[in-house]
Ligand binder design. Structure first.
Ligand code: HEM
Length: 403
């Protein structure tokens, strides 16, 4: 077992100012790192090398089901599902349940279906910036990135927009790792589950040209997913899609503000975003710093370390994506980069189901901002742009800019 002493405190305010220095150190000195998680004192492992991350994500001996976690994990309050139907959402299912439910979910993400999103995305982006004028100050998080994904996903799922803000708040609470939020999480979880149930009932009574109706059709026709799994499927679209896409639009825009030469490449040729730019931005700073916990179902050796069944494993894709053994000069943003696959959208059976949608929304949002506001710049000094201190996410609090 490795008990390497690290020269910094993981997930401290200093860590969040610059996570990559700490992750670089771990990758070299303690690639499968023993760590006691401060919430609930849970002994666990932090994995930082690309090859180890790929191997774990492709290895079905690592479960995502929270009930498989150690006794310390169960007692810690770190469980997102809290034993509700959220435990039946695809991220937390193992095969064969995962295979069955994911097959049903994929019916909503065929290339033809994803193309239907384009019109809604265009309309939502245009409405969001319709009153924007050159020279104004805007917070690109609150006034742009946070508004577009929920509006698009809500429209495609077919739910009433008046509930959007309440839902977005509940999703934020659900993924919070701040112990001060813990007492409010069960309420948020219940509201989200109730909402999913209402939406399925509504669309069963009045089917439409939307994702929820497509899921219901697939579920009823194939008859192979339960009502709870169906409700959980609708809910996970909101939980998995809204926050991640908001953060990615923000992270990508900040990376481009930090690299004016790369931004100019997009102004000169917006097609570079779809060709390789979005993939590079996802590598450079995916909003998902660590994928949800993996729990070994038997003792597994990773690198030089034996991991016991149930011990939570944090697979740090933020670090894997900057592994110099795989990516040349990994801390450099290069929109023309091709070659090894990044892990920003995951890998293995749980890879991002909404990947095509995530790419499309982000590409259209970034291209529009860059085209409409060619001189857009930060409105505050760079060092004042701060991350939320959430260990699993790369999430900035605000991005004030002058248009
Ligand atoms: C830029 C935005 C996004 C990023 C960076 C992202 C990233 C990821 C990652 C890393 C995973 C793998 C998690 C794991 O291994 O446990 C994942 C899974 C997933 N994502 Fe995304 N995601 C994004 C947007 C979306 C959108 C828009 C949707 C839906 C509309 C979505 C739905 C899902 C679902 C359902 C899963 C679970 C798949 C499974 O367990 O089989 N994501 N995402």
């Amino acid at each position: 077992m490795s008990n390497t002493a690290v020269p910094f405190e993981l997930f401290s305010p200093d860590y969040f100012r610059d996570p990559y220095t700490a992750l670089d150190w771990l990758r070299v000195n303690s690639p499968v790192h023993r760590y006691v998680f401060p919430v609930g004192d849970v002994p666990m492992w932090v994995v930082t090398r690309y090859d180890d991350a790929m191997a774990i994500l492709a290895d079905t001996r690592f479960s995502t089901a929270e009930w498989r976690g150690s006794a310390e994990f169960q007692a810690s309050g770190l469980s997102v599902s809290g034993g509700t139907i959220l435990a039946q959402t695809i991220p937390g299912l193992d095969p064969p349940e995962h295979t069955r439910v994911r097959r049903c979910a994929m019916s909503g993400f065929t290339p033809r279906n994803v193309d239907r999103w384009r019109e809604d995305i265009r309309r939502v982006i245009d409405e969001t910036i319709q009153d924007w004028e050159l020279g104004q100050e805007k917070d690109l998080v609150a006034e742009f990135a946070a508004l577009i994904p929920p509006a698009v996903i809500a429209t495609r799922l077919g739910f009433a927009l008046d509930r959007r803000e309440e839902l977005a708040r509940d999703v934020d609470l659900l993924i919070s790792t701040n112990p001060a939020d813990f007492p409010r999480i069960p309420g948020a979880r219940e509201r989200i589950c109730d909402y999913g149930r209402e939406l399925v009932a509504l669309k069963r009574a009045e089917p439409g040209d939307d994702l929820t109706s497509a899921f219901i059709r697939a579920a009823d026709e194939e008859g192979r997913i339960t009502e709870d799994e169906l409700v959980a499927l609708v809910i996970i679209m909101i939980i998995a899609g809204v926050g991640t896409t908001k953060m990615f639009i923000t992270n990508a825009m900040l990376a481009l503000l930090d690299h004016p030469d790369q931004r100019k490449m997009i102004s000169d040729d917006p097609a570079i975003l779809a060709a390789s730019g979005i993939e590079e931005l996802l590598r450079y700073e995916s909003p998902v710093a660590s994928v949800p916990w993996r729990f070994p179902t038997e003792a597994v050796r990773v690198g030089e370390v034996d991991i016991a069944p149930g011990e939570p494993v944090m697979v740090m894709i933020a670090s894997a994506n900057r592994d110099p053994d795989v990516f040349d000069d990994p801390h450099r943003l290069d929109l023309t980069r091709t070659g090894s696959r990044h892990l920003g959208l995951g890998h293995g059976i749980h890879n991002c189901l909404g990947a095509a949608v995530a790419r499309l929304i982000s590409e259209m949002a970034l291209a529009t901002l860059i085209e409409r506001f060619p001189d857009l710049r930060l409105a505050i000094p760079r060092e004042e742009i701060r991350r939320h201190e959430v260990w699993a996410l790369n999430d900035y609090r605000a991005l004030p800019v002058t248009l």
